[in-house]
Design a protein around this ligand. Structure first.
Ligand code: 6PG
Length: 468
């Protein structure tokens, strides 16, 4: 029998997406490098197994689909995508669509789209967010590609997407790499949010001496307020989980070295390349890098004794909550600034309100705040920055003192809060009408005759530095 859609790669994400397609009435042709994974998926699919077809080869998968075909790649980013496309190409006919649902580098997606569209094939680069559960129950999907390729796939993508008040969390954001670019920035924000949550956990664990099981209810209660979000919910769940073998709090048994597959780092690289200040996301990537330097940290913990620390003064729970609220607003704000810069550089006309809307459900950074961000982007904002919107000014004003107290306390206690500190410094820089770059300009002019502008005259000037 003929299938409706093909899925190549049945790892965690591919399997979940295949089951989601099947549940929406799609017959799915499946192929995986290791065929046994397809067998396992079908064996565990229960009533949905009837809609899943195991294909022995790529050619079988293509033959199982009537033209024009739609084939979704759910495989590791990079070389595997190019290899699979190369193997598929001779088997496909004009009008067929290849969809890359992995975390691909958007620059690769730009090249692949151009090449394949030239050859008469359709190509969509889709950022799929929400982890395995999202892919199974409804992910948020950020689509890049031509309008015609998208419109062909829109009904099925809308059927499997997460919904926010009935609105499917999928949108055609722009051509070629636009979807994967937006997904990359999504992950940059994800890194920042996770890091700030971890820092606040650290303040409670190491500053207040609380056990994970005592911290869990704090996050649980925050999830009923302005911080309501998937990541806070997950944090509460994780902190409240015991190891079945030892009965200890599970998190205490996990090695403190974080992995990363690249998207957070790419966000920072692209942002810096486009001249954007993304200090919070950068701090989060840096923190993962430093987490991996376990042996150096072990040694330093013994020899770099924190002189002058004050371990006494407690930090109020509501200040920690405020710190996360402000940090989250500013991390989103930095993310949207990168999106704006990318949109301008690549001429994508990204719709920031729509991006915020499709992030309201399904994705990892979904949070109550995104609805307000969408509203802010739909309303006129002075100078165009999210932090200057009518909604966020009062929120920042209310909570900034809490962030200030948390960062100060962390500094005095000798506890690292790189992302929260970066957020606070960003806030204090953006609100400083006269900054300190007058001195930077003077220094540049002093040693390199770079010239500067004067506050009291037009044109470019030099200082009287070397006159004596
Ligand atoms: C998502 C996630 C998901 C994954 C990333 C980041 O939106 O569902 O972002 O794509 O978590 O790959 O992973 P790393 O932390 O390994 O870089």
């Amino acid at each position: 029998t003929q299938a409706h859609i093909g899925v190549i790669g049945v790892g965690t994400m591919g399997s979940a997406l295949a089951l989601n397609f099947a549940e929406k009435g799609q017959d799915v042709a499946l192929w995986n490098l290791e065929l046994s994974a397809v067998d396992r998926l079908i064996a565990s699919a229960g009533g949905l197994a009837a809609r899943l077809q195991r294909c022995e080869t790529l050619a079988d998968l293509v033959a199982a689909l009537p033209a024009p075909r739609a084939i979704v790649l759910m495989i590791p980013a990079g070389a595997p995508v190019d290899q699979t496309i190369a193997a598929l190409r001779p088997l496909l006919s004009a009008g067929d669509t290849i969809i890359d649902g992995g975390n691909s580098d958007f620059r690769d997606t730009m090249i692949r789209t151009t090449t394949l569209e030239k050859a008469g094939l359709s190509y969509l680069g889709i950022g799929v967010s929400g982890g395995a559960e999202g892919a199974r129950r409804g992910p948020s999907m950020m689509v890049g590609g031509t309008s015609s390729s998208y419109s062909r796939m829109a009904p099925i993508l809308e059927a499997i997407a997460a919904r926010y008040d009935g609105d499917p969390c999928v949108a055609h954001l722009g051509p070629d790499g636009a979807g994967h670019f937006v997904k990359t920035v999504h992950n940059g924000i994800e890194y920042a949010d996770m890091q700030m949550i971890a820092e606040v956990y650290g303040m409670m664990r190491d500053g207040e001496g609380l056990a994970a099981s005592d911290i869990a209810p704090v996050f649980r209660s925050w999830n009923r307020g302005p911080l309501e979000s998937y990541l806070i919910e997950v944090t509460a769940e994780v902190l409240g989980t015991k190891d079945p073998q030892t009965g200890d709090d599970m998190v205490d048994l996990i090695v403190d070295q974080a992995g990363q597959k690249g998207t957070g780092r790419w966000t920072v690289i692209e942002a810096l390349r486009m001249g954007q200040a993304v200090s919070i996301i950068e701090a989060a990537v840096g923190a993962r890098v430093m987490s991996a330097q376990k042996s150096t940290r072990k040694r330093a913990a013994r020899v770099l004794v924190p002189a002058g620390t004050d371990t006494m003064s407690p930090v109020a729970e509501h200040d920690l909550q405020s710190a996360l609220i402000v940090g989250r607003v500013l991390a989103y704000a930095q993310g949207f600034e990168i999106l704006a810069a990318g949109s301008k550089e690549f001429n994508w006309s990204l719709d920031f309100a729509r991006i915020a809307e499709i992030w309201r459900a399904g994705c990892i950074i979904r949070s109550a705040m995104l609805d307000d961000i969408a509203t802010a982007f739909r309303s006129p904002r002075p100078a165009g920055h999210l932090v200057l919107s009518d909604h966020f000014i009062p929120l920042l004003t209310t909570h900034i003192a809490g962030l200030r107290r948390v960062v100060s306390a962390a500094a005095l206690k000798g506890l690292p809060v790189p992302a929260l500190a970066a957020a606070l410094s960003w806030f204090d820089m953006i609100r400083q009408e006269r900054g300190t770059s007058d001195l930077i300009q003077a220094q540049r002019d002093y040693f390199g005759a770079h010239s500067f502008e004067r506050v009291d005259a037009d044109g470019s000037h030099h200082g009287p530095w070397h006159s004596g």
